[in-house]
Design a protein around this ligand. Sequence first.
Ligand code: SF4
Length: 270
Amino acid sequence: MGMPRQNLARPALLLSSAQFYIAAMRTRNLAGNKASKSNIAKPGEKTQAARQKLPDPARVAEIFRRFQAANPHPKTELEYVNPFTLLVAVVLSAQATDAGVNKATRPLFAIADSPAKMLELGEARLQDMIKTIGLYRTKAKNIVALSARLVKEFGGKVPRIREALQSLPGAGRKTANVVMNVAFGAPAIAVDTHIFRVANRIPLAIGKTPVQVESGLEKITPEALKHDLHHWLILHGRYVCKARAPLCDRCLISDLCQWPEKPSLNQAAG
Ligand code: SF4
């Protein structure tokens, strides 16, 4: 029931996603870069004041165009079979990698793909099945508690209401937005660590908190692109605009990025 099982072939998908992105980055100069030189940030323009103002709409549109051309149908890399298993996977993914979560959830979801079955499994056995994931004791406790709430208050279904999702144990604003986006196709932008970093660097939206960045992205993103932007930025942050060593020389939007610490490309632009 519910969601398609397209993400179950995960090892192949994970690899192809990464390879796809890197390939797209490598061929960026062949992909029809139509941005004008005036959009390229110069060292003198990279003041904090310049970065604080709303980004130039033409630059933003070109960034979105390139992400879309490189990956027209972006998807989450978390494996799930229905909205409930997606919710569990997102709760487990806090401070953990999608690959690590997927490894644990494959056998878990084979026996517990509904709130009732999760309650039947019980906290102790759940802990044992997810013990490779950080904070597994707290997460197991939250998953059992949210399963109980889903059974008691929502007829065993995952609600399609962000506020209701957000009120579940272990599920904050980010989790609620991811579930709304991925399970229900809503135009929700969930700001995780990757999106927070990438949005501040480029910048698309500058903020000191995820909520500020979410609000900034909401303002500049056309409704029709919000769903996909969430995934584009996560993938970009995961495979290219990495926290410690961003691959700026392979970046699809390097000439549009105004990050002052961007290596070498700054010199080229000057
Ligand atoms: S140029 Fe570098 S810092 Fe800017 S978005 Fe690309 S990878 Fe990130």
